[in-house]
Design a protein around this ligand. Structure first.
Ligand SMILES: C[S@@+](CC[C@H](N)C(=O)[O-])C[C@H]1O[C@@H](n2cnc3c(N)ncnc32)[C@H](O)[C@@H]1O
Length: 204
């Protein structure tokens, strides 16, 4: 199979170009990443399930794409999942999976339509870093949680190359605004030898 999008997704681009890329990728995304063993959604969902005991509480799947992350959350036991994403076409694929309570298109520069306390947990799976959302999103997601809320996220090898990405997590942890519950390196897309770190943070 030709790696039509994985060959170029990690190049830098702005939000409009990112949306266009994912709109164009939506039809073949699931097949392409699955063929490379996309493992991060399952790792993130299992990590969150270790800490969030009431799995009936709502979870926001930020950058839900076609719903592979929502599927992993469902398989890990989470019952109530909302999804948001930049790309209308990716969301259309997610809608067809019938996993989500709601699915909403968002703009990259608009405030997240979330009030702290709406979600017991937020997931940003395969979303932050080169080829997707900037690290400023991490601050927005932390601010969208109430104290005691969980954020599960991944940073792949490309995202980890830019030290400022993981450093942003440390800023929250080091000043006591969040607690790091889990950090683990493992496979992301093993077919192309790409790994990721999975993190679970609890907001203080
Ligand atoms: C690699 S896909 C991951 C999708 C899904 N979470 C998964 O694990 O399959 C990245 C997704 O993030 C979305 N995205 C990128 N930048 C975003 C932003 N600033 N806000 C919301 N979604 C964004 C893209 O449209 C795309 O659907």
């Amino acid at each position: 199979m030709t790696q039509k999008f994985l060959d170029k997704v990690y190049d830098a681009r702005d939000a409009d170009e990112t949306r266009t890329l994912y709109d164009d990728w939506s039809a073949s995304y699931d097949a392409e990443v699955s063929s490379q063993g996309y493992a991060t959604p399952g790792r993130c969902a299992d990590a969150l399930a270790r800490f969030m005991k009431d799995q009936t509480l709502p979870v926001l799947d930020f950058g839900c794409g076609t719903g592979l992350s929502g599927l992993a959350l469902k398989l890990a036991g989470f019952a109530t999942i909302d999804g948001v994403d930049l790309s209308e076409e990716m969301l259309a694929k997610a809608r067809a999976k019938r996993l989500y309570r709601t699915l909403t298109v968002i703009e990259a520069d608009a405030p997240l339509p979330v009030t702290p306390g709406d979600y017991a947990a937020i997931a940003a799976i395969g979303v932050i870093g080169a080829g997707a959302a900037p690290i400023s999103v991490f601050d927005d997601l932390m601010k969208a949680l109430a104290p005691g809320g969980f954020l599960v996220l991944s940073l792949n090898d490309h995202a980890l190359q830019d030290r400022t990405n993981e450093a942003r997590l440390c800023e929250w942890i080091d000043c006591g605004a969040a607690r790091l519950l889990f950090r683990e390196s493992g496979p992301h897309l093993p077919g192309i030898n790409l790994n990721s770190n999975v993190y679970v943070l609890e907001k203080n």
